[in-house]
Design a protein around this ligand. Structure first.
Ligand code: PLP
Length: 384
């Protein structure tokens, strides 16, 4: 039984819902600030991990920038009051209106993922009489050793410009009037727990930077993206990721030139551990090998297990009986609607509260109305 959840208060709430531990988020943000300030690193929060306004308000208070991958994310960031001068915008398929929105609000940087996109940005900027600041997203061909659906830095991935096309890119950009190349951008994937992937990235970044310098291009900004993983197995023991070691890898590994800025785009590692999906047991049903605990939350509320076979720690926060094994499944009409197979839980009964832990990132933002389900509400530890 976990004592960190206000079980009494949960009784009055309709399940399933997201519950955010704001005190943990605050401690996480403090740690990121402290460790990044040490080296004068700049952090942009990757808003796609969780665009909940309450969380954004808190993140804003720490002075971080924002990394967006859509026009509506830019809108949300501006509404919450983030400074456009701290907004960067990535994505392989930016629509014209999204680029225009970025230009009209003078965002800090477009992270450009192809030559055709560069041409459109130049065009739209020209019509406005502006010069857009851009970084080229380079595919460094580094294996992030993570799930194939969240690997983004290999040659075969759709993201970024491959190294063989870089010369063409710099050639084209040197002839354009309305874009200015100020940075090199990288992002190799997500849920990376082995820091050696980031060491490999540093080696590639240094090499690529030397090539740019040989072309007489001196990048002001090196943006190494995000991807730092969290400990899904031990959310209480490792509630705050190893930011100290993470930033140190880049300080040691990157060949930083003069007053060059180093930027990061952290998503999951910022908000992952502060959120849980809280759901209640509807029925315990006999199974052939293991019994099923059928809960009222499903893949429409948290799709990660169904989408990328992701593991989340599941806790019965109502019971402290001896443990048994259960398949914890939702009510959606899909066999993939399962939060975990053969998981040990205290003996479970109808009405028990189940916490699906580490659901703060890529959880609430991926809810769907499939089966005409209602979107889960969010509650906050400081407001219950
Ligand atoms: C998703 C994404 C991030 C954040 O990734 P995390 O693994 O959540 O840290 C950073 N940069 C870009 C370009 C992204 O697409």
């Amino acid at each position: 039984m976990s004592s960190t959840f206000p079980l009494k208060k949960f009784e009055a709430l309709k399940t399933p819902f997201y519950y955010y531990d704001m005190e943990l988020l605050e401690r996480t943000l403090k740690k990121i600030k402290e460790e990044s300030d040490r080296y004068n690193f700049h952090v942009h929060y990757a808003i796609k991990a969780n665009f909940n306004s309450r969380l954004l308000e808190l993140i804003k208070n720490y002075g971080f920038g924002i990394d967006c991958v859509s026009g509506y994310e830019i809108k949300r960031a501006l509404e919450v009051g983030f400074d456009p001068a701290g907004i960067v915008f990535a994505g392989v398929g930016k629509s014209d209106w999204e680029i225009e929105l970025g230009l009209d609000n003078d965002i800090a940087c477009f992270n450009v993922e192809s030559i055709p996109e560069l041409e459109v940005i130049n065009d739209l900027a020209k019509r406005r009489g502006k010069v857009a600041t851009v970084a080229v997203r380079i595919n460094p061909n580094v294996d992030a050793n993570t799930h194939s659906y969240i690997t983004t830095g290999l040659d075969e991935n759709k993201f970024g410009v491959n190294r063989i096309d870089l010369e063409d890119f710099t050639d084209k950009i040197s002839k354009m009037q309305n874009v200015s190349l100020e940075g090199l951008h990288f992002h190799i994937g997500s849920q990376i727990t082995d820091l050696s992937s980031f060491k490999d990235l540093c080696v590639k970044v240094n090499e690529i930077q030397e090539w740019f310098i040989s072309q007489k291009i001196y990048p002001k900004v090196i943006n190494v993206g995000g991807g730092l993983g969290i400990d899904y197995e031990n959310p209480d023991y490792n509630s705050i990721p190893q930011f100290e070691d993470y930033f140190k890898v880049f300080k040691k590994g990157l060949n930083i030139k003069g007053d060059q800025q180093v930027h990061f785009e952290l998503g999951r590692s910022v908000v992952g551990q502060c959120g849980s999906l809280i759901t209640r047991v509807l029925y315990v049903k006999k199974g052939v090998k293991t019994d099923f605990a059928i809960v009222d939350g499903g893949m429409t509320d948290l799709i990660r297990p169904a989408l990328y076979q992701a593991y989340h720690k599941i806790e019965n926060i109502s019971s402290s009986s001896p443990e048994k094994k259960y398949d914890i499944v939702g009510p959606i009409c899909e066999s993939s609607d399962s939060f975990g197979k053969a998981q040990s839980l205290p003996e479970t009964a109808r009405g028990d509260f189940i916490a699906v832990r580490s659901a703060g990132a890529y959880g609430e933002v991926m809810v769907s109305p499939y089966n005409l389900r209602e979107f889960p509400k969010a509650y906050y530890s400081d407001q219950l």
